[in-house]
Design a protein around this ligand. Structure first.
Ligand SMILES: NC(=O)c1ccc[n+]([C@@H]2O[C@H](COP(=O)([O-])OP(=O)(O)OC[C@H]3O[C@@H](n4cnc5c(N)ncnc54)[C@H](OP(=O)(O)O)[C@@H]3O)[C@@H](O)[C@H]2O)c1
Length: 305
């Protein structure tokens, strides 16, 4: 049976034609797996964010009702030196895509990141960190985070039917390209290769499965108007806690040593606390995702061994 989707912004469209960009990445592959009746998967060679004329021609010819952009320049550390490539896709590319969507009157969905929040954590009156919401001002401290922040603003300024969805720590069955994996696979690979696990314990966020995110995106498109939304699985953990849970759920008995950010030098600065909540969370129609541990359990049960 094929999945269905309906659009809050265009209720008259009953079986929208959907174009997925970045279709070979982990998120794009999850959309493809749902077997929508009218879905056109477009890999980078067919729809490149950095080639606006060819992209416009392709999309004008396809005339989709909905464009979902899962493509991005995602190499967080390399982005510090590959600034042009990073902004070409994440900033200018996303803006151009929004303008093309406006021209063809297609609802536009694009994804952003918790890396837009890199300032000191927001805290309650007891000094306890509290989640960032859509109302908090972005404070990126990396080129990747800045490229995504600017892309968010430019896309929304370009086309009113734009959904920007910020998410975090994605894991899904990896495609051949993209980042070439995810944190779960990296941990399992390290264990298989007998490498010691030393994992950062002072960066806290929310791992999120592509399965939950795709379901939540569909619910959002059905019930909410275009705008900026935070969608992550529930809960929070450090990368060390995430790695420990992967090891435990996979039934492995290896030690996971906690280290600090200072012990793991990286070109790009990462947020110390980038758990995201939503101003819409009390709305009964707003998608409520699963605890990240449940998503991990499902992922481990279904990943190809
Ligand atoms: N992964 C995370 O932890 C994470 C966290 C927060 C937010 N996000 C956001 O979530 C979205 C999906 O990420 P993901 O994890 O699915 O990424 P992914 O697995 O790395 O896939 C990204 C896809 O984008 C494609 N791509 C790269 N440059 C492109 C371009 N110029 N034009 C068109 N496509 C291009 C890649 O194509 P190739 O296969 O040719 O390389 C790849 O298939 C992205 O917007 C990302 O920024 C991800």
């Amino acid at each position: 049976m094929s999945a269905s989707i309906s659009l809050f912004n265009s209720p008259e469209v009953t079986s929208p034609k959907i174009a997925i960009l970045g279709a070979q990445g982990q998120l794009g592959r999850q959309f493809q797996s749902l077997k929508f009746s009218n879905l056109i998967p477009l890999g980078r060679s067919e729809a490149d964010l950095t080639k606006p004329e060819a992209l416009a021609e392709r999309l004008e010819q396809l005339a989709p009702d909905l464009v979902i952009n899962c493509g991005a320049y995602n190499l967080v550390d390399k982005a510090e030196t590959e600034t042009t490539a990073c902004t070409a896709a994440n900033t200018i590319g996303v803006m151009n895509l929004a303008q093309i969507c406006k021209k063809i009157n297609a609802t536009f969905v694009t994804y952003s990141t918790d890396h837009v929040f890199c300032a000191l954590p927001k805290t309650d009156q007891n000094g306890k960190p509290i989640p960032w919401t859509e109302n908090d001002l972005p404070s990126p401290h990396s080129l990747y985070g800045a490229s995504k922040t600017s892309g968010e603003f430019l896309a929304r300024a370009s086309w009113e039917k734009t959904y920007v969805i910020r998410t975090c720590g994605l894991f899904g069955i990896p495609g051949p390209g993209g980042k070439g994996g995810n944190f779960v696979e990296a941990i399992l690979r390290a264990v298989a290769n007998g490498r010691a696990l030393r994992v950062v314990a002072d960066q806290v966020c929310t791992p999120t499965s592509v399965t939950s995110l795709v379901e939540a995106t569909i619910a959002l498109l059905r019930h909410f108007p275009a705008g900026l939304y935070h969608l992550t699985d529930q809960g929070a953990c450090s990368w060390h806690e995430f790695a420990s849970e992967i090891v435990a759920q996979a039934g492995l008995s290896v030690e996971v040593t906690p280290i600090s950010t200072a012990d793991w030098p990286a070109a790009a600065k990462r947020p110390a606390y980038s758990v995201m909540g939503s101003i819409h969370s009390t709305d009964p129609l707003f998608p409520k995702l699963r605890p990240w541990q449940e998503s991990l359990r499902e992922y481990l049960a279904n990943r190809p061994s």
